[in-house]
Write a protein that binds this ligand. Structure first.
Ligand code: UDP
Ligand code: MG
Length: 319
């Protein structure tokens, strides 16, 4: 643990760790060397995401021997996003860098990311242009998911899944984080008005252990993408969504009302019963939809659950 008397450092590096005992002894000196070259005061937060191998012991030793190293331990394995969120909660720097512990990200890329933040960007996102992972189960699905994400959000990030990113901490504190959402932070940030940029970074094959993920993650990421879309657009203005359905129904209702008037004299049943009935039914349906939309607006504003926090985050100006 860092001594409480130290000034908060300018930079916090957050590293999620889940069973990386072979990688850590190599990663740590490499990371420290890269950060020391940068010349800024820094802290490294290793978030132990419930490791069951020797990682906890190694991290304790690292934290004990260097006051710039802090270890955050989760009680069990919560997943990479939760680990990152825990790290963000404890990070004190004005800039926060995230990276993987498995040596796939190269600490030597950190200065380039920091330069962008100093240059005025709020998020600098790594782009593993030459990614060293399996083609079929990782690179192709990831390329597809990124394409969908770019389409849906309009935020031109090629590699949202790259953990190596740098954030302005004031922005980070405004964005909610759960499920697999950490990969959408650039998009969410951009919605909130953040200035987002992309930096090409190196990528190395995994040397030890194996990836904790496979093809199923792609599906979960796509589902999360829909959540994000919903949160951003629906939760921000639910009435608009309900309105989109309500107005055509209302128009149809008027159409049937007119029909009822026009054909009033002719066939008895249509002019006096069927058309008016349909018209009334459609009218009530559209009113129901509008009322539901209004209720949803109230619910969104009253609640302080992650969805509404997101809305607040999005409405807040990024300083
Ligand atoms: N990780 C974690 N919790 C998990 C799974 C992974 O903290 O439940 C960490 C892992 O130790 C590594 C990073 O997240 O530092 C990325 O994991 P991995 O290398 O397995 O993912 P990939 O690089 O294959 O996407
Ligand atoms: Mg990896």
């Amino acid at each position: 643990m860092a001594s409480p008397l130290r000034e908060p450092p300018a930079l916090s590096v957050v590293v999620p760790v889940y069973n990386e005992e072979e990688s850590l002894p190599i990663l740590h000196p490499e990371l420290v060397a890269a950060l020391e070259r940068g010349g800024e005061e820094f802290e490294i937060l290793y978030v132990d995401d419930g490791s069951t191998d020797g990682s906890a012991r190694i991290l304790r030793a690292l934290a004990g021997s260097d006051p710039r190293v802090r270890r955050v331990a989760l009680r069990r394995n919560f997943g990479q996003t939760a680990a990152l969120a825990a790290g963000f909660d404890h990070a004190r720097g004005e800039t926060v860098v995230t990276m993987d512990a498995d040596l796939q990200n190269d600490p030597a890329d950190i200065p380039a990311l920091l330069a962008r933040i100093r240059g005025g960007y709020d998020i600098a996102s790594g782009w593993r242009r030459r990614r060293r992972d399996r083609l079929l189960t990782r690179r192709l699905p990831s390329a597809l998911a990124n394409r969908i994400l770019r389409r849906m959000t309009g935020v031109p990030i090629h590699d949202s899944g790259c953990t190596l990113k740098a954030y302005r901490a004031t922005l980070l504190r405004r964005l909610p984080l759960y499920a697999e959402l950490h990969r959408f932070l650039p998009a969410l940030g951009a919605f909130a008005g953040a200035r987002v940029t992309e930096v090409e970074v190196g990528h190395r094959p995994r040397r030890f252990g194996r990836s904790k993920y496979g093809i199923t993650r792609t599906f979960r990421v796509i589902l999360d993408l829909m959540t994000v879309k919903m949160l951003v657009q629906f939760a921000a203005r639910p009435l608009h969504w309900f309105g989109v359905f309500a107005f055509p129904v209302l128009l149809l209702s008027f159409a049937f009302f007119l029909l009822a008037l026009l054909r009033g004299g002719e066939e008895l049943a249509f002019g006096t019963v069927v058309y008016p009935a349909i018209s009334v039914l459609l009218f009530l349906t559209s009113m129901d939809l509008l009322l539901l939309g209004l209720l949803a607006e109230l619910a969104v504003r009253a609640g302080h659950r992650p969805g509404s926090a997101l809305v607040e985050g999005l409405q807040a100006q990024v300083g």
